[in-house]
Design a binder for this molecule. Sequence first.
Ligand SMILES: NC(=O)c1ccc[n+]([C@@H]2O[C@H](COP(=O)([O-])OP(=O)(O)OC[C@H]3O[C@@H](n4cnc5c(N)ncnc54)[C@H](OP(=O)(O)O)[C@@H]3O)[C@@H](O)[C@H]2O)c1
Length: 245
Amino acid sequence: MGKVSVITGGTSGIGRAVAEKILAASAKDDQVIVSYGSNEKRAEEFRESLPGELRERVTTVRADMSSYEKMLKLVQFIREQAGHVDWLVSNAGVSTYARYEDYTFEEWTRIVNTNLSVPVFLIRELRPLMREGGSILLTGSHAGNQAYSSSLVYGVTKAAVHFLAKSLVKELEPLGVRVNAIAPGFIQTAWHEGRSRESYDRINKKIALHRFGETKEVADLAYAILANGYMNGSVVDIHGGYDYF
Ligand SMILES: NC(=O)c1ccc[n+]([C@@H]2O[C@H](COP(=O)([O-])OP(=O)(O)OC[C@H]3O[C@@H](n4cnc5c(N)ncnc54)[C@H](OP(=O)(O)O)[C@@H]3O)[C@@H](O)[C@H]2O)c1
């Protein structure tokens, strides 16, 4: 039976780089299931970018992770398509730059659902499908370690994601499944499209390496954590030395 990896939000940015890394190391009978939110074009472009033999190992599936019902459909799809899961990367996440005083309860709830609540239940639903020796990685954020002024709800959900990784260790122990999180700083993805030169310069001044991270750098770390048989309950920073000097 081949290895089955599931990556949510895997058609762009960090998730895509992780999917590509897993694929590059995959064997013929491995399967990689990549979910995305709504951008069909981006999903198609991701598939098309893969060499033929790797493309055959990938299934892209649309599943809005702000919705409990759509998450359940993704679980059903995984059950039917693969029957088991070895690696799960819970990566889909959203933010807002709205000011706290302008928040609506609906927007707060959408972000909490996408970043935290739905992943909690995704993991619970996939638990019976996880094989012994399996590995789960949650994408947190440095914004969950340090309170940025820019997005209150985002930081709160990512801090919770970090704590979730630690809390799930006990829940997954009977299955022999490990769970960890990564906490990236500023990583160059579509997320930062539209950021002004002035904004890049201001942030780069705070990073000891004076640049945003590359998705490949995060994917290399993600892969190493997923594969390392002794890592469990860890939250690993990758931020180029943000605010350390
Ligand atoms: N970039 C950074 O600086 C940074 C730093 C720290 C942490 N992170 C975290 O890294 C993760 C990925 O971010 P990224 O920068 O790689 O973003 P990205 O390039 O914008 O990619 C986001 C991915 O998530 C999917 N997605 C978005 N909303 C979704 C939803 N409601 N349901 C399901 N999938 C959804 C997108 O699919 P569609 O294209 O179809 O919407 C896409 O595949 C997030 O959890 C983010 O919080 C990013």
